[in-house]
Design a protein around this ligand. Sequence first.
Ligand SMILES: CCCCCCCC/C=C\CCCCCCCC(=O)N[C@@H](CC(N)=O)C(=O)O
Ligand SMILES: [Zn+2]
Ligand SMILES: [Zn+2]
Length: 522
Amino acid sequence: MAHRNVAAKAGLSAGLRALAVGVMGTVLALVAVLLLRTATFPRLDELHGWGRPGAFRIPAQFSEAELKAVKEALKEAIRIPTVAFSSENINTTALTEFGEHLRKVFPSMFSTSFIQHEIVEKYSHLFTIHGSNPKLEPYMLLAHIDVVPAPDDGWEVPPFSGLERDGFIYGRGTLDNKNSAMAILQAMELLLRRNYVPQRSFYISLGHDEEVSGKYGAQKIAALLESRGVRLSFIIDEGSYIMDGFLAGFKKPFAVIAVSEKGGMNLKLQVDSAPGHSSAPPKETSIGILAAAVSRLEQTPMPNMFGYGTEKNMLEQLAGQFGFPMNIVLTNLWIFGPIVSRILEKSPVINAMIRTTVALTMFNAGIKVNVIPSTSQAMINFRIHPGQTIPEVLEIVQNIVADDRVQYQVLNAFNPLPLSPYDHEAFGYQLLRRTIRDVFPEVSVVVPGICIGNTDVRLYSNISTGLYRFNPVPMNPESFKSFHGLNERISIKAYENQVMFLFELIQNADTEKVPEPHVHEL
Ligand SMILES: CCCCCCCC/C=C\CCCCCCCC(=O)N[C@@H](CC(N)=O)C(=O)O
Ligand SMILES: [Zn+2]
Ligand SMILES: [Zn+2]
């Protein structure tokens, strides 16, 4: 990750803005000329003979009884309240029960000779599926079985009921992330029942504490595999989706494979002052000083980093799908970038893709209503854009707060993840891309992007450079709100498609090399 000077970036951005304003008039006259040379990004061709060369390919056709069992197994998984409140407070009884559920509904996964199952740190699961061709580098499918808490209030159905209503299964974990944990095992179980033997080895890893850091689940599994000398070609985790309705004017769904994720920092701000009687208060209390400081942070957005991550590349690849004049605008971001980014930042989700975000999440002060508090503390959660680093963000924070009475303590922090490869040779990326095109013909385009949250896969950078975040499920602004929110649900069709996607992807991975891409791709 390049370390860049923030001030230089701000200057560059201001310069580009000035340039854009200056040339706007001229640009309009150029539009007709540009139209003639505007590149479009045609759809990929369908796969022809790709995956499992020379081997029998198992069709993704399932009986009614199988489909019923598929959905019942997910419902049952949702009913087990594997809630993680903190690293030290997770419902371990439920985690144990979840393991028993897996054994019950996926018996072949636990009884097949070429599959090894291990429990790591009591509750996480690691399956090693030994392929028949040792020359093919293994990969991993990753998910987590813990969920965030879900009090009943505000839910249309109890969050751990797994109820089916209007073609949806409701409950905490239906999107984040029991759908993936169950779909991965389900797909492999269905393949095993059809006598499938993979050529390429792979791992299935199910962490039990992703929502509270992953330090006992994913981190321990990654260390275990490293100690065994394992290197992985690529890993696929949650974190990005088939996007629908996020961009005005873009009607068709498009798939975003996140090739990086934001860094993170939890920062404690503290102000100390003399305690005393509230009848004769000082001009400012620690509460007032700290409240003003955090308010300044909330009101002052971090620098717009549009162009320093994958978002510019993503928009350029989406350009061909827009009509006139947006296609012109998006293929000429060298001129229109500053204007486009100003529009994009109005949406909180897209804003999160183009800058470091600042969320005030906790505030503690005071012990009694007539006592001036001796100390006030605030916790702030930052998600760091890939174009910035922890020290850069800290420097900006201190400049915005600009008050020596405020003390800072970094509770924990990590830099943004490096970009995983997404060129034509990147096996994992191309495997995902091709399988998306196979299973979801309605998807207009597949583009690289960034995950605005954090996932377990970041903890596997010791054993792979191909870290991809993609869940084969549709996501719209409404369903995004249900993440960690109310009425989380998945349509039964979407879940069946997720199983089908994994059924195909596992078979597609049984090839030595991604075929040469079509000459017009990308
Ligand atoms: C123009 C393109 C529009 C793209 C819109 C992006 C919409 C984003 C949709 C979903 C992103 C949700 C991210 C989910 C992954 C986050 C997993 C999670 O909750 N992680 C926790 C815990 C942790 N591991 O740190 C977190 O706090 O991030
Ligand atoms: Zn998750
Ligand atoms: Zn989550």
